[in-house]
Design a protein around this ligand. Sequence first.
Ligand code: C2O
Ligand code: CU
Ligand code: CU
Length: 557
Amino acid sequence: MTTFNESRRRFLGQSSLGLLGLTAVPNLARAMEGMGMHNRHTDEMTMPKITPNKASPNFHADVELDLFCKPNAIQILDGSKTNMLQYTARLIKGPKETLTSLPNSYLGDIIRFQKGQKVRINLHNGLSQPSVTHWHGLHVPQVMDGHPMYFIDPGETLVYEFEVVNRAGMNIYHTHQHGVTGKQVYFGLAGALIVNDDEEAALDLPSGEFEIPLVIQDKQFDSDNQLVYSSMMHSKMTGFTGDKILVNGRPNAHFDVSSRAYRLRVMNGSTSRIYKLAWDDGMPVTVIGVDGGLLEQPEVKSYVMLAPGERLDIWADFSGRNEGSELTLKSLAFAGVLPKMGMGMNKGVIPVGSEYPICRIRVTKKVSETHKLPMQLSKFKRYEISDTANPNNPLPIGISEAPMSMLLNGAPYSFNNPLPFERVKVGSIQQIEIFHAHGAGGMKMDEGAKHESGEMKRGGMGRGMGGGMMDLSMAHPIHLHGQQFQTVSRSFSGDSTAYDTVREGFIDSGLKDVVLVMPMERVKIIKPFQDFKGLFLYHCHNLEHEDMGMMREFSVE
Ligand code: C2O
Ligand code: CU
Ligand code: CU
């Protein structure tokens, strides 16, 4: 038996070496348990098994499709095929534009719904492991949301039936299997789900071949072209990053275009990598939409940040360019998103925050069409703080970081076990504040004190673990299921040298379901909890963090 003091001493010894010294992880784990800190998913990770939902005879679907998940070997690199997990869809009923496949890709077919359609999706698990699918961005009832409690075993089928109430926008469908979401997404279980509506159609934006999805991911391959997904502690801490950037499932991606306007539907499908997107020739990035659909007016930026789970709708006008000309979509250099000791730890990979190309655009056809970017894109309901149920008392989402536990509101994921303030009234509009609750995993919520101050009380141990010895602060893309939210304000207090490399890249004018929260930053959002009661997750969309338990749920009652 290791005594508390002995293990604590060992822990401190290791931490002074930084996480590079984490080969003796069991000691660290024990030390942390001894200090009352939660280990990753050893406890409280029990998920019930719910009998899979069946088709209801009273639901008259406008669109019905089968969605299979199964292993498949895909030719990605030269040489051996890569063993992946893949979604494939088959249309049973509905318009044939509902499904578009991406050529030579492991990514799922692009699913396209119209607002107002009633859809039925039969999810068939053809894997050798359990899985469940979540419609990231869609506002659906709890039983249709792909909460991990609805997972299905190999061979089982889960039927989803819902009406598409979302406005036009690009959403994501991806696995949400408990504890292995990151791994299953990394092996391929993700796809784009686009909603169209009349407001968008009236704008006559570039469509068909002029609307290009760009799903950006990073992966690491071994010498036999098989995927590497490390479970090393350091890659869990900072998130796993790859040595190749893939767009729509292809490495070294390029697109041939005509010299005219395009609509690029960009999604960060990486498990943890954050991008700073810019055109290499200095053309500004014209953003017309984000996670929750079109902005009211376009925003013109020199670069845009894109964190895991976030989407961007970009207007890219190549008119006036000569046949044979090229440009590159890049990720530019930036700092401050990783803990200081985390930089450069994933050897051999493309460092997060370094400069590298994402894909090349080649103008192969000169045309003389001109398309005008609409200056008024859409209208949507905006809330004021005074519309919220808690104008003086924002609901907290406190981020805390420690080597083996990434927590929200001081607690790891625990099924159907909401903290008092995580119970939210259905129909209410809530002000939420997301911030770094310094003091790492030792921080304890004082539940009696509720969240009067918007701040949490800290347990005694906190500072030494997280704040003092190691600066584990990093950026977290926080995602909330259900309806999209507005970003009301960001405030940053700290050394701005790193922050200055990203601060102009946030698009806060649109409706969002993921928001990147930088170290030392506080972000206020307003989110409606309308229509549906039940358990709705909120979590870090750094999927390694999510799988470590950086996930909680709101109980909408
Ligand atoms: Cu994109 Cu709960 O996930
Ligand atoms: Cu989601
Ligand atoms: Cu995180």
